[in-house]
Design a protein around this ligand. Structure first.
Ligand code: FEO
Length: 169
């Protein structure tokens, strides 16, 4: 049984993961229509992964006798200036998500909810991986520079947007 505070903050996270999925989907559309198929593939995979994160939260809330809230998702931006600007936004967003996972951990401690505290550790680990994979891409982008975007796009093609799916099932 979840306390009201834990249920509420998990529901806030449902919305944030849903928005993450929308944001990366919008970025994928932008990249694809800019002719950057490799980057678009990475972002489509990332959008799928965020949906899996959202579902993981939904199922957990319901399983623990709470009720997941499905609300309207805020419209994400549609234009991103440049690939570098876009990936900087991805990093900024992932850092924001890491912050909200940390807030959930704190609420679990305050509410003495060891079960959810234990369960949410999957997300703690996932955020380390997500930030590391985005940082690796930004480092690569710094190396290739704007003039070699075609090479970067080929390079990223086929790379997945993270390794989290197996653990989310
Ligand atoms: Fe679900 Fe990228 O955080």
């Amino acid at each position: 049984m979840l306390s009201k505070k834990v249920e509420d903050i998990l529901n806030v996270q449902v919305d944030k993961e849903g928005y993450s999925s929308h944001l990366y989907l919008s970025m994928a559309v932008w990249a694809e229509t800019e002719g950057l198929g490799g980057i678009a593939d990475w972002l489509y995979a990332q959008a799928e992964e965020e949906r899996i994160h959202m579902l993981k939260l939904v199922r957990y809330i319901n399983e623990r006798d709470g009720k997941a809230k499905i609300i309207a998702v805020k419209e994400p931006p549609a234009e991103f200036g440049s690939v570098r600007e876009m990936f900087d936004k991805v990093m900024e967003h992932e850092q924001f998500i890491t912050g909200s996972i940390n807030e959930i951990v704190q609420v679990c401690i305050d509410e003495n909810d060891h079960t959810t505290h234990n369960w949410i550790q999957w997300f703690v680990t996932e955020q380390i991986e997500e930030e590391a994979s985005v940082k690796a891409l930004i480092d690569k982008l710094k190396l290739v520079g704007d003039h070699h975007m075609y090479m970067f796009d080929r390079d990223i093609m086929g790379m997945r947007g993270g390794e989290g799916e197996a653990a989310a099932e």
